[in-house]
Ligand binder design. Sequence first.
Ligand code: ADP
Length: 630
Amino acid sequence: MTTTEKHVFQAEVNEVLSLVVNSLYSHREVFLRELISNAADALDQLNFRGLTEHTLLGDDRDLRIELIRDAKAGTLTIRDNGIGMTHDELIQNLGTIARSGSKKLMQSLSAEQKKDITLIGQFGVGFYSAFLVADSVTVVSQKAGSDETWVWESQAKGDFEVRPGERRGRGTDIVLHLKEDAKEYCDEWPVREVVHKYSDYVRWPIKMEVERGSGDEKKTEWQTLNQARALWTRPKGEVTDDQHREFYKSLSHDWQDPLGWTHFRVEGTHELTGLLYLPAKAPFDLVDRRKSGVKLFVKRVFIMDDAQEIVPEWLRFVRGVVDSEDLPLNVSREILQKDATTRFIKKQVVGKTLTLLEEMAAEGETEREVDGEKKKMHRYQAFWSEFGRMLKEGVYHDLDSRDRLAKLLRYRSTHGEGEYSLAEYRARMPADQKSIYYVAADSLATAKASPHIEALKKRGYEVLLMTDSIDEWIVDALREFDEKPFASAAKGALDLPEDETEKQKMAALEKTLQPVLERVQKALDEQVKTVRVTDRLTDSPACLVSDEHGMSARQERVLREAGHDVPQQKRILELNGEHPVVKKLSTIADEARFADWSALLYDQALLAEGSLPADPGAFARRVAALMAEG
Ligand code: ADP
């Protein structure tokens, strides 16, 4: 009777496998980093459980990773005495892609995108990189606390086998049956070199048996290949950029270099060490608000992944490690949620990240090495285009960081093609300008062409062009920057400085147009709150504005799209008293025709701001009728 079970890989695993093998072929030595990183995690997990389950470690207390080369068999084995895997865990962990985000991403990629090496970093290389160098992989594993050993084996041809096996004690062996052209990993030096290059920071000893001497003097000895000291515990100046890059990659499974990092130590009433990295590309699982990319250690002992208690939601893209001297080793999520130390740590994480961002923002364009190439880049701009939206969330939710975050915001504006800080805008403000003006629309083109900003532009006032749905809420939360209030170009009165002649002109216009305003008001009574003459427009005949403290039409729309029940607010229709169309209105005596014109003015004001007329058919008919007349 055979007890071998056959299983097929989940469809996406096959895709990831072929993606990894095809796109990473020229960097195939990364397999060792990935497998060693998994082994180190397994040791961390065991060590953590050993804190409370005192018999779990038994006599086998010397936690380590061993690399075993067998030239005769043509194999390289990565062995750990860590937590191990059960029968079901082998099938689950090595046969499916557990992270639902990765699965979705994989399904959404086109064939062309799947060849893109930078994309694979977004869901991690991991265990499957074993097939970069092996045509067959055997995993022999015994879960800590169990005496069953299970063997998992695959040639990566769509399926794998699971059967009972033998192993001396807990832990996992990953046996790589090396491909013909990867046999060099049976030799000492290639392995040594790769460990040195990619895994020197690993906190557990990586040991390998080597031969020394010659002839009769020949003997073998076990050597430790790495420093076996957690990277973050080393003095800042001793950690090289390359070590940071490799550590980040093993931590995040990202394929690309990080954009920046901060390594800090806090001493005093609380002691902690942190190592935080900014990814170059937004990870696919950013939508998952409960995730965090920071691991928590207590006195060098791994405690948990995704420690969201010590990282605010808006920093969920940060990857790294925090190691506290003050928390108890048996700290749980429940304790973390209540502990005052947690708040202190969180404050440090936020503060150090903000300092890093501020430094990047101040540094301008620099030459940096990215993924092995020298590149001229403005790091903060690169960061902003990937993660700006996250910082905006921070402005909204994190009162304590609001002022520092406000300085990190970047916006497009009528000034030019760049993205500018509020301080830059502020510095360009003419002396007579009272407010920081902005206009919000669904697209940059709509914002730029918005009638609301005509008069502002004419006066030489710069207007911030906002296109993110969250932007208007952020401005409402900030209220002002450097003592100047924000003012929406589409809300309230613009409060432009006017000289005497301008004032008189407006007053005269208001007076002559009063009967027309009343008639328009009557015709549009259902739609508008009031009709008034404005100094906001120069080229357009009309626009719609909200009350100074009311919501804009776009804010209402965003809320409605998010499923909120928002009543339609009536807005103010503003007319440009000097526009020929408005002047002509007063000459129309026929009420039905006047009503048509009013409706047209209203609808085209909607269109100009990016909203749709309530009855597009009626709008089209009125336009057609007008054209026919003309
Ligand atoms: P990831 O490490 O990103 O989760 P991998 O594909 O590298 O993805 O590994 C999948 C899972 O298999 C791991 O999360 C872990 O649970 C398990 N695993 C891999 N290697 C080992 C090991 N040496 N010991 C115990 N579990 C392991």
